[in-house]
Design a protein around this ligand. Structure first.
Ligand SMILES: Cc1ncc(COP(=O)(O)O)c(C=O)c1O
Length: 345
């Protein structure tokens, strides 16, 4: 009953098998290997577009590297206030950009709303030169609260960015979960909607540690490579990052695994609701946010369930808790958790 994070999931067997297969004999170093070339080609086909790709091993590096190309040091990056880039990356985006200011914005369900973005973009100009001009906007797909932007919502934000000459980045640590829900093409959810760069996460999706920074303007490739090296994220044995991604992109395994995680979350959410517990927002990907009384929390923890206190309860009150499902979450784990609730009723 492990629902703390999709980062706690094991790597998919297909990924481990591909790593073992890649571990045969020497291969050119620093990304000159055939695995890296094949993954770049797979991503170009998946997105139906020429792309510049750099592979890294953490989402923080992917986001920070992408933002360092999109936003100069003297400008600001706007993000939702719950965004990983603001709340959970230890200042890495500021470090990689050489000092760009990260500014948090409000929005329902951890989504940036066009009105808030309009105000944020105007803020940069309002007290110029005393305020900071905006250089980039980053959105998270799926969001930190498990909601999913529709392509039309991304287009609306992208239009505002474009009219202000500001770049749009997407933190896709859970991009697979979002696409599994949307059922649209990766192209429709990104460059066709106006996204300039994507951090495409594979770690939560079944890889060991693999993320792709994808630029839809392929001419940025040279700078991307230079910055990856400068940041210390160019692996010499780069084949072992690419070899994790390749099997996920074959025959849509990435979408099947994300679909499994989403289905487990939907099952869990329905189970909570059937038992009368309130979800704090829509469950559109693989995360469930639910309000539970302390008595239920205590029963679950006593039974060994692992989950995150999002908004811990004050004494005697209900709290908000996060349950995350992964590709490996089994139906019987979900049912066991719900069974503990039934037993404690
Ligand atoms: C929304 C989001 N972005 C990025 C990341 C990547 O973080 P890390 O640097 O830990 O791989 C995470 C991981 O939890 C995340 O939830």
């Amino acid at each position: 009953m492990f629902f703390a994070s999709d980062n706690a999931a094991p790597a998919a067997p297909e990924v481990m098998a591909a790593l073992a297969a890649a571990n045969a004999g020497p291969a050119p170093a620093y990304g000159a290997d055939v695995w890296t070339k094949r993954v770049a080609q797979q991503l170009a086909e998946l997105f139906e577009h020429e792309v510049a790709v750099s592979l890294v091993t953490t989402g923080t590096a992917a986001n920070s590297l992408a933002l360092s190309l999109l936003c100069p040091p003297y400008r600001a990056v706007l993000a939702h206030e719950e965004a990983h880039a603001i709340a959970d990356e230890g200042g890495a985006p500021e470090f990689f950009t050489g000092g760009a200011k990260l500014v948090g914005m409000p929005g329902e369900g951890a989504k940036l709303a066009p009105d808030a973005l309009r105000a944020g973009l105007a803020w940069g100009e309002r007290r110029f030169p005393h305020s900071v001009l905006v250089g980039a906007v980053t959105v998270t797909q799926a969001t930190e609260l498990g909601t999913v932007y529709r392509p039309a919502e991304i287009s609306a934000l992208a239009e505002l960015c474009r009219s202000s000459g500001v770049a749009l980045h997407m933190d896709g640590a859970r991009f697979a979960n979002a696409i599994a829900t949307l059922g649209c093409t990766p192209a429709e959810a990104t460059w066709r909607a106006g996204v300039d760069a994507l951090s495409f996460g594979f770690t939560k999706n079944g890889a060991l540690a693999a993320e792709a920074v994808v630029f839809f303007d392929a001419s940025r490739g040279h700078e991307l490579e230079a910055r990856r090296k400068r940041s210390g994220h160019l692996w010499s044995k780069g084949r072992f990052i690419a070899a994790q991604i390749e099997p996920l992109l074959v025959d849509g395994l990435w979408l099947r695994l994300a679909g499994q995680a989403n289905s487990a979350a939907a099952r869990l959410a329905a189970g909570f609701e059937r038992r009368g517990f309130r979800l704090s927002g829509a469950v559109e990907a693989n995360e469930v946010f639910v309000v539970l009384p302390q008595r239920i929390e205590a029963a679950l923890r006593a039974a060994g369930a692992v989950f995150y206190s999002w908004d811990p309860p004050a004494d005697g009150e209900d709290g908000l808790f996060r349950f995350v499902c992964a590709w490996s979450t089994r139906t019987d784990e979900v049912e066991a958790l719900l069974g503990v609730i039934d037993a404690s009723a």
